[in-house]
Design a protein around this ligand. Sequence first.
Ligand SMILES: Nc1ncnc2c1ncn2[C@@H]1O[C@H](COP(=O)(O)OP(=O)(O)OP(=O)(O)O)[C@@H](O)[C@H]1O
Ligand SMILES: [Mg+2]
Length: 256
Amino acid sequence: MGKILVIASQKGGVGKTTTAINLGASLAILGKKILLIDMDPQGSIADGFHQEAYEIKNGLYEVFVNKIPLTAAIREVGLENLEIVPSNVKNEEQEIDLFAYALQNKLLKSILKPIKQMYDYIILDCPPNLGTLTVNGLIAADLLLIPVQAEFYSLKSLGKFLSSIKNIGNKYNKTLKFSGILITMFDRRLKKSREILEELQYGFKDILFKTIIPRNSKLAEAPALGKPVALVDLTSSGALSYLKLAEELINKDNRI
Ligand SMILES: Nc1ncnc2c1ncn2[C@@H]1O[C@H](COP(=O)(O)OP(=O)(O)OP(=O)(O)O)[C@@H](O)[C@H]1O
Ligand SMILES: [Mg+2]
């Protein structure tokens, strides 16, 4: 059965897009049919596959604002089982329009309903805020993944973010389940990071993914090559950890 996984966090630069692309690619490599939707007007998903904004006719903007069918905005990326819907916002005015149309907070849910069963997972990459586009994602989703870095400020903002999500879930999406909190860009050499990892493991042990994503230069370089890390270097720690995460997600999901 198709599942919608939303990747969200209030903090910027924590690895949401990196996780969306590389978890999506890893699930595709494991034979799952994946649609990756860019909910962020920054448009990083298309960038990550070297798809130029000016060449893209249809994206999330046209789906939300011009009401074209979502299927008209789906694009291939050169990896079997993986397709994307780019955000395709060309200027500030369009960005404001997109956020405004997303005030209809169940819009994405209704757009995804007819295609949900065509995929094993639909992955939503959200902007770094709890604005209307993220709320659309949270209302449409079955599963939530929150990436965090093992840093002092993460602990504080994570608690606040979780209670905001609980409120949104209680009000608009009672079936939203926790997929997990994912530690990203982890550097085992740093004592402070190891200490914060322990705190996260203590405070959130039931909802923390066992897989930890290490800081890995191949992961940072892959977008510039227009590919997921698994197609750049399958033996890198970045590629192996996202494959492990994909397996963990599938197994966890099977138990629900
Ligand atoms: N595990 C990692 N190792 C090394 N670099 C990483 C890793 N994960 C992400 N990065 C790099 O960190 C930066 C931020 O990552 P990313 O864009 O995925 O975060 P984000 O949460 O989507 O950001 P935003 O909030 O702006 O959307 C990028 O330059 C990315 O290449
Ligand atoms: Mg991003």
